[in-house]
Write a protein that binds this ligand. Sequence first.
Ligand code: UD1
Length: 418
Amino acid sequence: MDNFIIRGGRPLSGQTMISGSKNAALPILAATLLTKEKCEIKNVPELMDIKSTFELLNYLGKNCFYGYGNFVAEEHGALKLHAPYDLVRKMRASMLVSGPLLARFKKARFSLPGGCSIGMRPIDIHLEGFKKLGAQVSYEKGDVILTAKKLKPGTVKFRFPSVGATENLMMCAALIEGVTTLENCAREPEIEDLAAALTKMGAPVEGAGTPTIKIHGAAALKGLKYSVMPDRIETGTFMLLAAAAGGKIKLLNAAPRNLDALIRCMKKAGVKITAYKDSIEVEAVRGRPKPVSVSTKPHPGFPTDLQAPWMAFMARAAGVSEVHEHIFENRFMHAPELVRMGADITVTDKKAVVRGVAELLGAPVMASDLRAGAALVVAAAAARGRTVIRRIYHIDRGYEKLEHKLKDLGVDATRVKA
Ligand code: UD1
């Protein structure tokens, strides 16, 4: 297991490249199961979650190549229809293969993903959607089995705008001839990226990015050549890193238009932000930022995936702010670790009260999940002294070449074997 050692407290400067979006790449890779034809996906970040998807697709019988940001999937024989526990347990997004397999083979079996450290994360919204399109759902030995004699286009209204359920149902509907309407959909930008990919494969999608999505499904889909959008969560994390540590940085190959809520809140805190079409400059406040409270909401609200890094930024604000988490029930595990670094944070249920302190101090800390780990990196860059972050395999799930990019921005960061 690797650790990060970060010596913080120095203002940042420099520029770095933003990678392709993990959360957009995962469903697009799953969508390659919708066709026999060759698919070539570019700007795919080299991350553990992508590697897990690569292993799963190969296990299912796709012939995949993956390296240097390129992903190629071909098909030379029959596919398996079962995503087993060992692969699904590593990554919940594995269940995104169920929509494409159900649509194409009228059968899919996958291990029930179970909870994870940030919450219960049930899959009822996905299953209700599949049922509405004609699937039967049964359970056996911890697996969910989806079957259908025939799937029919229809209207599915989600009880909550789940990102994964919106994507899974869009992929399923893409191979059902006729128009399927999805209502109360997630509006995250990654949904628009998947919609563009499905449209290119021959299933035109209208309304992605709005609550109502219409998918014009086809009996067969074509191969795909596609380049994944930039990662908005990686971009936001680096923006908060610079805002917390001080200095001025530029992020290239970014898409600032997808970060309106974060940019608004950072500006309120006094951070200077200049957004261009595909890059963004961030200049930290001299002294301490103003306190700004945030509440996480589905897009276009403040993203839950940036809540932890935001809290690390607010830890040094000149006053008291609140962080409300409305998406996941257990997403404050970074708070006690930040307290170990000198932050003053109290958590009650869905609310954290952050009383800004003048200085954070380096300490040994532990990442409990991906974005909690990102928060510790932000805090470590801002803290005086040396921070050792353990369990960084969580961070490796979502941040490509992190130590190299930190160095690009002037952070003294090293990866060491524990
Ligand atoms: C995706 C993102 C994740 C992000 C999250 C919310 C990927 C790979 N992951 O996760 O980074 O934090 O969106 O923006 O894109 N829920 C149910 N029943 C369901 C499905 C979801 O109750 O069937 C609940 C979840 O437990 C959670 C909330 O809905 O509390 C949001 O989940 P969802 O939007 O589905 O997130 P994911 O797609 O898992």
